[in-house]
Ligand binder design. Sequence first.
Ligand code: 13P
Ligand code: SF4
Length: 329
Amino acid sequence: MITTVENELATYGYLQRPVDPYLNLVEEIQALKREKNAVILAHYYQESEIQDLADYIGDSLGLSQEAARTDARMIVFAGVHFMAEVAKIICPDKKVVLPDLKAGCSLADSAPADAFRRFREQYPDHVVISYINCSAEVKALSDIICTSSNAEKIIRSVPPEKPIIFAPDKNLGKYLIKKTGRDMLLWNGSCMVHEIFSVEKITRLKMRYPDAKLIAHPECEEAVLSMADYIGSTTGLLNFVGRDTANTYIVATEAGILHQMEKHYPDKTFIPAPPENNCACNNCPHMKLNTLEKLYLCLKYEQPEIVLDEDLRQRAYRPLARMLEISAG
Ligand code: 13P
Ligand code: SF4
Protein backbone atom coordinates (compact mmCIF):
# COMPACT_ATOMS: atom_id res chain seq x y z
CA MET A 1 0.00 0.00 0.00
CA ILE A 2 1.30 3.46 -0.89
CA THR A 3 1.67 5.60 2.21
CA THR A 4 0.88 9.31 2.41
CA VAL A 5 4.59 10.07 2.70
CA GLU A 6 5.32 8.21 -0.56
CA ASN A 7 2.43 10.01 -2.25
CA GLU A 8 3.62 13.34 -0.98
CA LEU A 9 7.17 12.73 -2.15
CA ALA A 10 6.00 11.51 -5.54
CA THR A 11 3.80 14.61 -5.98
CA TYR A 12 5.96 17.38 -4.56
CA GLY A 13 9.45 15.89 -4.34
CA TYR A 14 9.70 16.82 -0.64
CA LEU A 15 7.66 16.70 2.57
CA GLN A 16 5.37 19.69 2.77
CA ARG A 17 5.49 20.35 6.52
CA PRO A 18 4.90 23.79 7.99
CA VAL A 19 8.11 25.55 9.04
CA ASP A 20 7.84 28.10 11.86
CA PRO A 21 8.82 31.43 10.21
CA TYR A 22 10.52 32.51 13.47
CA LEU A 23 12.92 29.54 13.50
CA ASN A 24 16.57 30.34 12.96
CA LEU A 25 17.03 27.73 10.23
CA VAL A 26 20.82 28.03 10.16
CA GLU A 27 21.07 27.21 13.88
CA GLU A 28 18.43 24.47 13.60
CA ILE A 29 20.25 22.82 10.70
CA GLN A 30 23.57 22.94 12.55
CA ALA A 31 21.99 21.38 15.66
CA LEU A 32 20.23 18.65 13.64
CA LYS A 33 23.47 17.86 11.84
CA ARG A 34 25.27 17.26 15.17
CA GLU A 35 22.36 15.37 16.72
CA LYS A 36 21.96 13.04 13.75
CA ASN A 37 25.64 12.61 12.88
CA ALA A 38 24.96 14.00 9.41
CA VAL A 39 27.23 15.68 6.90
CA ILE A 40 26.11 18.23 4.29
CA LEU A 41 27.82 17.86 0.91
CA ALA A 42 27.01 20.75 -1.44
CA HIS A 43 27.70 21.56 -5.07
CA TYR A 44 28.90 25.04 -6.08
CA TYR A 45 25.60 25.72 -7.88
CA GLN A 46 23.59 25.68 -4.66
CA GLU A 47 22.19 28.89 -3.15
CA SER A 48 24.89 30.79 -1.19
CA GLU A 49 23.13 30.21 2.16
CA ILE A 50 23.25 26.45 1.58
CA GLN A 51 26.92 26.56 0.53
CA ASP A 52 27.68 28.45 3.77
CA LEU A 53 26.20 25.59 5.84
CA ALA A 54 27.99 22.79 4.01
CA ASP A 55 30.72 20.62 5.51
CA TYR A 56 32.16 20.15 2.04
CA ILE A 57 31.61 22.05 -1.23
CA GLY A 58 32.98 20.66 -4.45
CA ASP A 59 32.65 19.52 -8.03
CA SER A 60 31.19 16.13 -8.96
CA LEU A 61 34.49 14.28 -8.49
CA GLY A 62 35.29 15.93 -5.15
CA LEU A 63 31.77 15.24 -3.90
CA SER A 64 31.99 11.53 -4.82
CA GLN A 65 35.39 11.24 -3.16
CA GLU A 66 34.11 13.00 -0.05
CA ALA A 67 31.05 10.69 0.08
CA ALA A 68 33.42 7.70 -0.05
CA ARG A 69 35.54 9.22 2.74
CA THR A 70 32.95 10.37 5.30
CA ASP A 71 32.17 8.36 8.43
CA ALA A 72 28.90 10.25 9.10
CA ARG A 73 25.73 8.18 9.49
CA MET A 74 23.75 10.30 7.02
CA ILE A 75 24.74 12.25 3.91
CA VAL A 76 22.54 15.26 3.15
CA PHE A 77 23.21 15.96 -0.49
CA ALA A 78 22.67 19.57 -1.48
CA GLY A 79 22.87 19.04 -5.21
CA VAL A 80 20.87 17.24 -7.88
CA HIS A 81 19.51 13.70 -8.00
CA PHE A 82 22.31 11.99 -9.93
CA MET A 83 24.86 13.35 -7.41
CA ALA A 84 22.96 12.01 -4.40
CA GLU A 85 22.48 8.73 -6.28
CA VAL A 86 26.25 8.48 -6.76
CA ALA A 87 26.73 8.93 -3.00
CA LYS A 88 24.27 6.07 -2.38
CA ILE A 89 25.94 3.84 -4.98
CA ILE A 90 29.30 4.40 -3.28
CA CYS A 91 27.98 4.22 0.31
CA PRO A 92 25.10 1.69 0.40
CA ASP A 93 25.17 1.48 4.20
CA LYS A 94 24.66 5.19 4.72
CA LYS A 95 21.39 7.05 4.60
CA VAL A 96 21.48 9.54 1.73
CA VAL A 97 18.86 12.29 1.57
CA LEU A 98 18.23 15.01 -1.01
CA PRO A 99 16.22 18.16 -0.10
CA ASP A 100 14.06 17.87 -3.26
CA LEU A 101 13.70 14.60 -5.16
CA LYS A 102 12.66 16.56 -8.26
CA ALA A 103 16.06 18.28 -8.48
CA GLY A 104 17.03 16.51 -11.71
CA CYS A 105 19.45 17.37 -14.51
CA SER A 106 18.65 18.14 -18.16
CA LEU A 107 21.84 16.39 -19.23
CA ALA A 108 21.01 13.19 -17.34
CA ASP A 109 17.47 13.37 -18.79
CA SER A 110 18.88 13.55 -22.31
CA ALA A 111 20.00 9.90 -22.03
CA PRO A 112 16.98 7.69 -21.23
CA ALA A 113 18.25 4.23 -20.22
CA ASP A 114 16.23 2.22 -22.81
CA ALA A 115 17.37 4.34 -25.75
CA PHE A 116 20.92 4.26 -24.44
CA ARG A 117 20.84 0.45 -24.13
CA ARG A 118 19.68 0.12 -27.76
CA PHE A 119 22.41 2.53 -28.89
CA ARG A 120 25.20 0.71 -27.06
CA GLU A 121 24.00 -2.67 -28.39
CA GLN A 122 24.81 -1.44 -31.89
CA TYR A 123 28.48 -1.02 -30.92
CA PRO A 124 29.40 -4.07 -28.84
CA ASP A 125 33.15 -3.58 -29.34
CA HIS A 126 33.13 0.03 -28.00
CA VAL A 127 34.24 1.03 -24.50
CA VAL A 128 31.48 3.18 -22.97
CA ILE A 129 32.65 6.21 -21.00
CA SER A 130 29.75 8.05 -19.39
CA TYR A 131 29.86 11.46 -17.83
CA ILE A 132 28.72 11.27 -14.21
CA ASN A 133 25.63 13.41 -15.09
CA CYS A 134 23.51 10.36 -15.95
CA SER A 135 21.13 7.98 -14.20
CA ALA A 136 22.19 4.85 -12.26
CA GLU A 137 20.69 2.79 -15.13
CA VAL A 138 22.96 4.49 -17.69
CA LYS A 139 25.94 4.08 -15.35
CA ALA A 140 25.15 0.37 -15.15
CA LEU A 141 25.38 0.24 -18.98
CA SER A 142 28.80 1.94 -18.96
CA ASP A 143 32.38 0.71 -18.58
CA ILE A 144 33.87 3.77 -16.87
CA ILE A 145 32.39 6.97 -15.44
CA CYS A 146 34.14 10.32 -15.70
CA THR A 147 33.60 13.88 -14.54
CA SER A 148 34.74 17.12 -16.15
CA SER A 149 37.86 17.11 -13.98
CA ASN A 150 39.14 13.62 -14.83
CA ALA A 151 37.63 12.92 -18.29
CA GLU A 152 40.92 13.42 -20.14
CA LYS A 153 42.74 10.99 -17.84
CA ILE A 154 39.95 8.42 -18.14
CA ILE A 155 39.95 8.58 -21.94
CA ARG A 156 43.74 8.23 -22.06
CA SER A 157 43.46 5.12 -19.83
CA VAL A 158 41.63 3.27 -22.64
CA PRO A 159 44.01 1.46 -25.04
CA PRO A 160 44.30 3.48 -28.31
CA GLU A 161 43.01 0.66 -30.52
CA LYS A 162 39.72 0.48 -28.57
CA PRO A 163 36.83 2.55 -30.02
CA ILE A 164 34.95 4.69 -27.48
CA ILE A 165 31.36 5.81 -26.98
CA PHE A 166 31.16 9.02 -24.94
CA ALA A 167 27.81 9.96 -23.36
CA PRO A 168 25.69 11.91 -22.68
CA ASP A 169 27.23 15.40 -23.18
CA LYS A 170 28.11 16.15 -26.80
CA ASN A 171 29.78 19.48 -25.95
CA LEU A 172 32.12 17.93 -23.41
CA GLY A 173 32.64 15.04 -25.86
CA LYS A 174 33.63 17.38 -28.73
CA TYR A 175 35.99 19.26 -26.43
CA LEU A 176 37.63 15.99 -25.34
CA ILE A 177 38.00 14.76 -28.93
CA LYS A 178 39.99 17.95 -29.63
CA LYS A 179 41.98 17.67 -26.42
CA THR A 180 42.92 13.99 -26.68
CA GLY A 181 42.90 13.56 -30.47
CA ARG A 182 40.75 10.49 -29.85
CA ASP A 183 37.83 9.96 -32.20
CA MET A 184 34.79 9.06 -30.09
CA LEU A 185 31.18 8.26 -30.90
CA LEU A 186 29.06 10.89 -29.12
CA TRP A 187 25.59 10.70 -27.61
CA ASN A 188 23.56 13.78 -28.53
CA GLY A 189 22.92 15.25 -25.06
CA SER A 190 23.52 18.68 -23.59
CA CYS A 191 22.95 20.87 -20.54
CA MET A 192 20.21 23.51 -20.76
CA VAL A 193 22.27 25.97 -18.67
CA HIS A 194 25.59 25.75 -20.51
CA GLU A 195 24.03 25.97 -23.96
CA ILE A 196 22.56 29.42 -23.57
CA PHE A 197 25.61 31.66 -23.32
CA SER A 198 25.70 34.33 -26.01
CA VAL A 199 28.93 34.58 -28.03
CA GLU A 200 27.89 38.05 -29.18
CA LYS A 201 27.31 39.36 -25.65
CA ILE A 202 30.54 37.75 -24.36
CA THR A 203 32.43 39.42 -27.24
CA ARG A 204 30.94 42.80 -26.26
CA LEU A 205 31.89 42.21 -22.61
CA LYS A 206 35.45 41.37 -23.66
CA MET A 207 35.62 44.67 -25.56
CA ARG A 208 34.34 46.53 -22.52
CA TYR A 209 36.77 44.75 -20.15
CA PRO A 210 39.83 44.09 -22.34
CA ASP A 211 41.85 42.68 -19.43
CA ALA A 212 39.13 40.23 -18.36
CA LYS A 213 39.69 36.53 -18.90
CA LEU A 214 36.91 34.24 -20.05
CA ILE A 215 36.77 31.02 -18.01
CA ALA A 216 34.33 28.31 -19.06
CA HIS A 217 32.95 24.93 -18.07
CA PRO A 218 33.46 22.28 -20.81
CA GLU A 219 29.69 21.71 -21.02
CA CYS A 220 29.53 25.04 -22.93
CA GLU A 221 29.18 25.03 -26.71
CA GLU A 222 32.25 24.92 -28.94
CA ALA A 223 31.87 28.60 -29.96
CA VAL A 224 32.16 29.73 -26.33
CA LEU A 225 34.96 27.27 -25.50
CA SER A 226 37.00 28.46 -28.48
CA MET A 227 37.06 31.98 -26.96
CA ALA A 228 37.97 30.82 -23.45
CA ASP A 229 41.27 31.53 -21.68
CA TYR A 230 40.73 28.58 -19.36
CA ILE A 231 38.37 25.57 -19.46
CA GLY A 232 37.73 23.37 -16.45
CA SER A 233 35.37 21.80 -13.94
CA THR A 234 33.81 24.05 -11.29
CA THR A 235 36.69 23.31 -8.88
CA GLY A 236 39.11 23.77 -11.78
CA LEU A 237 37.68 27.24 -12.50
CA LEU A 238 37.89 28.25 -8.83
CA ASN A 239 41.49 27.03 -8.53
CA PHE A 240 42.50 28.74 -11.77
CA VAL A 241 41.28 32.10 -10.46
CA GLY A 242 43.41 31.53 -7.34
CA ARG A 243 46.67 31.01 -9.21
CA ASP A 244 46.05 33.43 -12.10
CA THR A 245 47.19 37.06 -12.06
CA ALA A 246 44.21 38.71 -13.81
CA ASN A 247 41.73 40.83 -11.84
CA THR A 248 38.54 40.35 -13.82
CA TYR A 249 36.88 37.17 -15.08
CA ILE A 250 33.86 36.48 -17.27
CA VAL A 251 32.51 33.23 -15.89
CA ALA A 252 30.72 30.88 -18.33
CA THR A 253 29.05 28.38 -16.03
CA GLU A 254 26.15 28.33 -13.58
CA ALA A 255 26.16 31.56 -11.56
CA GLY A 256 26.25 29.81 -8.13
CA ILE A 257 30.04 29.36 -8.44
CA LEU A 258 30.48 33.14 -8.10
CA HIS A 259 29.73 32.87 -4.38
CA GLN A 260 32.93 30.89 -3.65
CA MET A 261 34.95 32.96 -6.13
CA GLU A 262 33.93 36.20 -4.42
CA LYS A 263 34.45 34.70 -0.96
CA HIS A 264 37.94 33.35 -1.73
CA TYR A 265 39.14 36.25 -3.90
CA PRO A 266 37.35 39.41 -2.71
CA ASP A 267 39.78 41.70 -4.56
CA LYS A 268 38.91 40.23 -7.95
CA THR A 269 35.84 40.95 -10.08
CA PHE A 270 33.62 38.20 -11.49
CA ILE A 271 31.08 38.78 -14.24
CA PRO A 272 28.59 36.02 -15.03
CA ALA A 273 28.65 35.28 -18.79
CA PRO A 274 25.35 36.58 -20.24
CA PRO A 275 22.76 34.21 -21.69
CA GLU A 276 21.09 34.70 -25.13
CA ASN A 277 17.80 35.98 -23.70
CA ASN A 278 17.28 38.46 -20.94
CA CYS A 279 16.56 35.63 -18.54
CA ALA A 280 18.25 34.15 -15.49
CA CYS A 281 18.93 30.95 -17.48
CA ASN A 282 22.48 30.70 -16.16
CA ASN A 283 20.87 29.58 -12.90
CA CYS A 284 20.27 25.83 -13.01
CA PRO A 285 16.53 25.42 -12.28
CA HIS A 286 17.17 21.93 -10.90
CA MET A 287 19.94 22.92 -8.49
CA LYS A 288 17.89 25.89 -7.35
CA LEU A 289 14.94 23.69 -6.30
CA ASN A 290 16.81 23.07 -3.04
CA THR A 291 16.08 25.72 -0.42
CA LEU A 292 17.08 26.25 3.20
CA GLU A 293 13.56 25.19 4.31
CA LYS A 294 13.74 21.95 2.32
CA LEU A 295 17.23 21.28 3.68
CA TYR A 296 15.91 21.72 7.21
CA LEU A 297 12.90 19.44 6.57
CA CYS A 298 15.00 16.71 5.00
CA LEU A 299 17.43 16.71 7.92
CA LYS A 300 14.59 16.66 10.43
CA TYR A 301 12.48 13.92 8.82
CA GLU A 302 15.35 12.12 6.99
CA GLN A 303 13.28 12.25 3.81
CA PRO A 304 13.36 12.19 0.79
CA GLU A 305 15.76 9.30 0.91
CA ILE A 306 17.64 7.86 -2.07
CA VAL A 307 16.71 4.19 -2.34
CA LEU A 308 18.27 1.93 -4.96
CA ASP A 309 17.68 -1.64 -6.04
CA GLU A 310 20.77 -3.56 -4.85
CA ASP A 311 21.41 -5.31 -8.17
CA LEU A 312 21.28 -1.98 -10.05
CA ARG A 313 23.50 -0.38 -7.41
CA GLN A 314 26.17 -3.03 -7.83
CA ARG A 315 26.11 -2.73 -11.63
CA ALA A 316 26.35 1.08 -11.40
CA TYR A 317 29.13 0.81 -8.81
CA ARG A 318 31.61 -1.02 -11.06
CA PRO A 319 32.22 1.84 -13.56
CA LEU A 320 32.22 4.39 -10.71
CA ALA A 321 34.80 2.38 -8.75
CA ARG A 322 36.89 2.23 -11.94
CA MET A 323 36.73 6.04 -12.13
CA LEU A 324 37.76 6.48 -8.49
CA GLU A 325 40.64 4.05 -8.99
CA ILE A 326 41.97 5.78 -12.14
CA SER A 327 41.55 9.22 -10.48
CA ALA A 328 43.48 8.11 -7.40
CA GLY A 329 46.26 6.68 -9.55
P1 13P B 1 31.34 19.85 -12.09
O1 13P B 1 31.67 18.42 -11.86
O2 13P B 1 32.39 20.57 -12.89
O3 13P B 1 31.04 20.56 -10.80
O4 13P B 1 30.03 19.94 -13.00
C1 13P B 1 28.79 19.49 -12.56
C2 13P B 1 27.69 20.01 -13.36
O5 13P B 1 26.57 19.59 -13.24
C3 13P B 1 27.99 21.04 -14.33
O6 13P B 1 26.82 21.50 -14.89
FE1 SF4 C 1 22.57 19.32 -15.01
FE2 SF4 C 1 23.24 21.49 -16.37
FE3 SF4 C 1 22.11 21.73 -13.96
FE4 SF4 C 1 24.65 20.82 -14.23
S1 SF4 C 1 23.87 22.85 -14.72
S2 SF4 C 1 23.03 19.96 -12.92
S3 SF4 C 1 24.47 19.66 -16.15
S4 SF4 C 1 21.14 20.85 -15.81
